[in-house]
Design a protein around this ligand. Structure first.
Ligand SMILES: [Zn+2]
Length: 397
C-alpha cells in the first residue's frame, strides 16, 4: 500500500513521464539526470539488472532497460552498481557541521546521529542535522551530558528522564529515538536500569530505543528482555563478555526470539571494542546476520578501519554475504527502522531521487575489525557518485 505522500509523488512522476512520452507536437521535457547502463540493485522491488534511471523534479521518473530523451546531466554507470541513496543508522554526524558532507560523498543520503549529545547539548546536534546536505535525524543520548570518556551512565543520575523528554518535545521533527550506551566502561552495573529509563523516556512518544551493547555487565538475554518491538541493538558482533553468544559460542535463543518480535540488529563498525572477525563468523555460521550495516562515523573515520559505508559493505562480501543482500542492509532494510526513512531506500518510480553509484573493484583489499584483526578480500566497493533530491552531490575530495 502506498501512503498518501507516496501516491501523490507517484502520480506526479507518472504525469511527468506521460508529458515526456506525448512526443510529436511538443519536444519532450528534458530530464535533470540520466544514470545510464548501471546494474540497478533495488531489493525493495526485487530488481537486479542493467537499467537506465531517469530523474526529473527531484523524483525518479523511469527505471527501464533503455531510456531515451534529453537530459541536463548524464552519469555513465556502465560497469557500476546503482542503488538507492544509502541510510547509515549509526553515525556521529551531529557532532560537527563538517561530518555529514563527507558521508554524502560516500553515497549516504540519510543518517542518524546515535546519541552524540544528550539533553544538555541536543540543540547542537539538531542544528547540525538541519544544516546537513543529506537527511539527518538524531537520537538523544539518555545521559544528559551525551558521550563522556569516563562513561556516560556511570552516574545513573545523568539518565534524566524529564530532561530527555523535554529535548524530544522541543525537536519532534528531528529526534527519532533515544540512545543508551551499555558497556561496562560506559554504564557499569547500571545497564539494566539505563534501558528501563530509556523506555520511560520514549513511552509518551512511541519512539524506539537504540542500545549500544558489548562487554555489558548484565547478560544479553536480560538486556533484550527490556526491549520492545522496533528497538535497535547496535554493535551486534561485540565480543565477550556477555555477547549475543553464550559462553560456548552458541547464539542465545533469546537473540533469535528478539528478532522475531521485531527488534533490529545493527552492525555499528566503530573503532574500539565493537567487532571481531571471530564473533562475526560464529554468528553468521549460525545464520545471524545484521539487519542493517552502519559505520559509527566520526570525523576521523576516513583514517580508521571504517573509511566509508561502502567499505563496511565490502567486509560482508568478504564474509560471504551476497551483494544484493548487503545492499538491502543499507537501503530497503534500513528504511524500515525509523518512520522518518520509510519512503527512502527504494528506486521505485515516484520515489525521491536519492541514488548512490558504487563500483565493485577486484583486487587485494585489507579489512580491519576493531582488535587489529586483518583480513584480505578480493573485492571492495567504492563510492563513485551520489544524487540527492535529484541533484548530483559534489564528488569526494
Ligand atoms: Zn556510536
Amino acid at each position: 500500500m502506498m501512503n498518501r505522500r507516496q501516491f501523490v509523488g507517484a502520480a506526479a512522476a507518472s504525469a511527468a513521464l506521460l508529458s515526456r512520452m506525448s512526443g510529436a507536437h511538443a519536444a519532450p521535457a528534458p530530464y535533470d539526470v540520466l544514470i545510464r547502463g548501471g546494474r540497478v540493485i533495488d531489493p525493495s522491488r526485487g530488481i537486479s539488472a542493467i537499467r537506465d534511471i531517469a530523474i526529473a523534479g527531484g523524483r525518479i521518473v523511469g527505471v527501464e532497460p533503455s531510456i531515451l530523451g534529453t537530459t541536463a546531466e548524464t552519469i555513465d554507470a556502465r560497469g557500476k552498481i546503482v542503488i538507492a541513496g544509502m541510510i547509515d543508522l549509526h553515525t556521529h554526524c551531529g557532532r560537527a557541521r563538517d561530518v555529514a558532507p563527507l558521508t554524502l560523498s560516500d553515497g549516504v543520503t540519510c543518517w542518524v546521529d546515535a546519541g552524540s549529545n544528550g539533553a544538555d547539548k541536543i540543540d547542537e546536534s539538531v542544528a547540525n542535522a538541519k544544516a546537513a546536505p543529506n537527511m539527518g535525524r538524531v537520537l538523544v543520548n539518555l545521559a544528559r551530558t551525551g558521550i563522556l570518556p569516563e562513561g556516560d551512565l556511570m552516574d545513573i543520575s545523568r539518565a534524566d528522564v524529564g530532561a530527555a523528554r523535554a529535548a524530544i518535545e522541543r525537536h519532534r521533527d528531528t529526534i527519532v529515538g533515544v540512545k543508551a550506551r551499555l558497556s561496562f566502561n560506559v554504564a557499569g552495573s547500571n545497564d539494566l536500569e539505563a534501558v528501563r529509563r530509556a523506555q520511560a523516556v520514549t513511552m509518551p512518544f512511541n519512539l524506539p530505543v537504540m542500545v549500544h551493547v558489548g562487554q555489558n555487565v548484565s547478560p544479553m538475554p536480560k538486556i533484550l528482555e527490556l526491549l520492545k518491538p522496533g528497538d535497535v541493538v547496535t554493535h551486534l558482533y561485540a565480543p565477550e563478555p556477555n555477547s549475543i553468544l553464550d559462553g560456548n559460542g552458541k547464539l542465545f535463543p533469546e537473540v533469535q526470539a528478539a528478532r522475531r518480535r521485531g527488534i533490529w540488529f545493527d552492525f555499528g563498525n566503530g573503532q574500539n571494542g565493537h567487532v571481531t572477525w571471530d564473533m562475526a563468523e560464529r554468528a553468521i555460521r549460525q545464520g545471524f546476520l545484521p539487519d542493517t550495516l552502519s559505520t559509527d562515523y566520526n570525523a576521523n573515520s576516513r583514517s580508521t578501519g571504517v573509511i566509508d559505508l561502502p567499505n563496511i559493505m565490502s567486509k560482508f562480501l568478504l564474509l560471504g554475504v551476497p551483494l544484493d543482500q548487503v545492499v538491502a542492509m543499507v537501503t530497503s532494510n534500513a528504511a524500515k527502522v525509523f518512520p522518518a526513512f520509510r519512503d527512502r531506500g527504494s528506486l521505485a518510480v515516484g520515489a525521491n531521487a536519492d541514488v548512490a553509484v558504487l563500483e565493485l573493484r577486484e583486487g587485494m583489499f585489507e579489512f580491519l575489525d576493531n582488535y587489529g584483526g586483518k583480513r584480505t578480500g578480493s573485492q571492495r566497493l567504492f563510492p563513485i557518485a551520489t544524487v540527492i533530491g535529484g541533484k548530483r552531490a559534489p564528488q569526494r575530495a
